[in-house]
Design a protein around this ligand. Structure first.
Ligand code: ADP
Ligand code: MG
Length: 683
């Protein structure tokens, strides 16, 4: 009893060796708890049909045996790999396009699983997804969980590791919810729900299991927010910032533009918080390009002029670079020092930086999550700003907060969401909104075209680039495979280079080293490359005002908020900008979503229409950026549960019994191990 799964490293699981452990670490799985709570985002139906049952043109999954030698044919740059397969008693040909590298794995007699579109006339399957489980591990007739994987981690090894962990440690799973709540909503018990979520017998069982975990997740989330709230309601031990208005005005006057009214209003809200003895905990939401960075700069300036240090945490190295560069430029004339810390800052440089930080020689530190490492110590941290908030877990933010003594916290997000949702979702925060863009911006024109228009789009790119502007071309997104995303980017880069021989085309994707990414971005900033082919790594915050054209391939694969973010990379300078969505959506919903993008360029409107189109009922929902992310819950489709969970949590923390009774010890424990407000609970 009382085995702490969150303290057992994943290496202890039978069958998980050092190499597998490393792969698991790469997706954020470090402990047995992480592994067991790494839930699938959908199931693949391997309840076998024979080929005869599948209708022509349907997408289906079959298990089949390789009975022929693989043949690779090349047509220009395309490759076609085909192989004879046997499923039960029917022969067919499986065909892969541009996956020549799979050839080696197509060994005679090997049983594999292929998913794709069935062409009944030619007895052929165009494979879009193939799996090579070791012989004997296919649980045919079942639902197979599909997990999000990355790097060298495969579905199959993850499934095995989870099954093994459940065997070994399943006994240690315990109920965490108060029994009255389990009864109230007729929830499945926790150990059973966890098992069934990974290995449901049928869809209904999976749904019951999911319902239970959704409630748990949202309830524990709300419990932490509400507990924090109730503990901090009357605290007046925040930092009082004392910089005067005239000092601050001097800084604002140095900007090459005048703040918009919305920026000024929000600035006042922030300054009021910073000057009060209460701890600021404020969410600043504003559409892409609304000028949040300038607002953050004023807050950082205020903290330095009040005698303290500030930190700005951003989700990617590219952004960290960019922000440190622009802040340096703004602050240099005022004798304020800005340091940059990412995982690529190493050796002597890192040492000096960290030493300077501790002595207070560095006033402002900009960086990635490298900022929350233990070795990072401030002398006097009084303001923590995080940009593009949805990329950080609440925990990461609170670790950073603990590097100071009750610093003020400003969280910025470029994914605006309706206020009611924001208040429930971020329960503990005050919300400030910038709903206006700087004047003089020419609105971005958005067009949606089909793939057959590609030649025209290329012509358009040539024209823009010919006029001295720059363009982004974003690669299609391939779910659950980082590897294919990269392959796609490389292919597309080749095609673009060929189609645009007179221009220089750059390439950016997640598998490049930090130094390579930095160099690619530098070339693009400097205008040395004209077109940048990229995966979604440019999604957040990148600011190249000369870029005026955003082309998004297979745009229907992206979520609306993501499309809006991508579109926000252009329209940042004086020139008119255009966004071209290339998509042949198959569903009505897909067409409507493209329609939303062409009809409005207002982020709040996009998000409102997005929520409207979403409706509940998705099995696993869709991950909505801009909101806290959960393992199974989705704030939008599970909004009703979120509200119930909130009421339950409020009721519980208001009951003094909750804080004292041994019956709630376990639940109180989740407040601490959940780590969110550890510091605050102890003080
Ligand atoms: P966000 O972070 O909200 O997406 P940024 O802060 O990056 O937006 O601002 C986008 C661009 O607009 C930057 O180049 C910035 O210098 C510029 N900018 C910010 N505020 C104003 C303003 N009031 N008037 C004109 N330009 C502005
Ligand atoms: Mg920004």
């Amino acid at each position: 009893m009382n085995i702490r799964l969150d303290q057992i490293p994943v290496e202890k699981v039978n069958g998980v060796g050092a190499r597998r452990a490393e792969e698991l670490h790469a997706v954020g799985i470090f402990t047995v708890k992480d592994l067991i709570e790494y839930f699938p985002f959908r199931y693949e139906d391997f309840r076998q049909k024979s080929l005869g049952e599948i209708k022509d043109g349907d997408k289906a999954t079959v298990q089949a045996k390789i009975v022929g030698l693989p043949i690779v044919q090349r047509f220009g740059k395309k490759t076609k790999l085909s192989c004879k397969m046997l499923a039960e008693y029917s022969m067919f040909t499986a065909v892969w396009f541009n996956r020549g590298y799979l050839k080696e794995q197509l060994e005679l007699d090997r049983e594999i699983i292929v998913t794709g579109k069935w062409d009944g006339r030619r007895l052929q399957m165009n494979v879009t997804h193939s799996e090579f489980p070791d012989r004997g591990t296919i649980r045919s007739g079942s639902l197979q969980p599909v997990y999000s994987v990355a790097g060298n981690l495969t579905q199959n090894s993850l499934r095995k590791a989870i099954a093994s962990a459940l065997d070994q440690y399943g006994e240690a799973l315990e109920e965490v919810l108060p029994q009255q709540l389990v009864d109230k909503y007729k929830l499945m018990q926790r150990p059973q729900a966890i098992r069934l979520l990974h290995q449901p017998g049928d869809i209904a069982e999976g749904q019951e299991a999911r319902k239970r975990m959704v409630y748990e997740e949202l309830f524990l989330f709300q419990l932490r927010l509400q507990a924090f709230r109730s503990l901090n309601r009357d605290r007046r031990d925040g930092i009082v910032h004392t910089a005067t208005n005239s000092t601050i005005r001097e800084f604002v006057r140095s900007f090459p533009f005048e703040l918009t009214d919305a920026q000024k209003r929000v600035e006042l809200e922030i300054l009021e918080d910073m000057r009060s003895p209460y701890c600021m905990n404020r969410l600043l939401q504003g559409d892409v390009g609304s000028g949040k960075t300038a607002v953050a700069a004023v807050a950082l300036y205020t903290t330095v002029r009040s005698g303290f240090q500030g930190a700005l945490m951003v989700p990617t190295e590219i952004l960290a670079e960019q922000h440190s560069r622009s802040l340096q430029k703004m602050f240099e004339p005022f004798g304020i020092t800005v340091g940059l810390l990412t995982s690529s800052v190493t050796g002597r440089k890192r040492k000096d930086l960290l030493a300077g930080l501790q002595m207070g020689l560095t006033d402002i530190l900009v960086g990635t999550h490298a900022l929350i490492q233990e070795e990072v110590n401030f002398r006097d941290l009084a303001l923590v700003v995080t940009d593009e908030q949805h990329r950080f877990g609440v925990n990461q933010r609170s670790v950073l907060r603990r590097k100071g003594y009750n610093p003020d916290v400003l969280t910025m997000t470029a994914t605006p969401i309706p206020r009611t949702l924001a208040i429930t979702a971020f329960g503990d925060m005050d919300v400030s909104t910038i709903a206006e863009r700087p004047k003089g911006r020419v609105p971005i024109e958005t067009y949606w075209v089909k793939h057959e228009m590609m030649e025209r789009v290329l012509g358009f790119i040539r024209r823009e680039v010919g006029q001295g502007r720059q363009a982004y071309v974003i690669c299609p997104l391939i779910e659950e495979s980082d590897k294919l995303d990269v392959q796609n980017a490389i292919d597309l880069h080749l095609q673009m280079s060929e189609a645009l021989p007179d221009y220089k085309v750059g390439l950016l994707h997640g598998r490049m080293s930090a130094a390579e990414k930095e160099e690619t971005m530098r070339e693009f900033y400097a205008g040395e490359t004209h077109v940048l082919v990229s995966t979604t790594v440019v999604e957040v915050g990148v600011d190249v005002p000369n870029a005026t054209l955003m082309v998004i391939m297979d745009a229907d694969r992206f979520g609306l908020s993501q499309l809006h973010q991508l579109r926000g990379r252009v329209g940042r300078g004086e020139h008119a900008s255009t966004c071209v969505l290339i998509a042949d959506p198959k569903s009505e919903l897909g067409r409507q979503r493209m329609g939303v993008m062409t009809e409005t360029s207002d982020g709040f409107e996009v998000s409102r229409r997005d929520l409207e189109l979403r409706g509940p009922g998705d099995f696993f929902g869709t991950k909505q950026s801009g909101l806290p992310e959960f393992k199974v819950a989705d704030m939008v489709s599970d909004f009703k549960v979120l509200e119930e969970a909130r009421e339950d949590a409020v009721r519980l923390v208001e009951d003094s019994f909750f804080w004292t009774s041994p019956a709630y010890e376990g639940l109180r424990g989740t407040l601490e191990t959940g780590d969110l407000f550890k510091g605050e609970l102890i003080d």
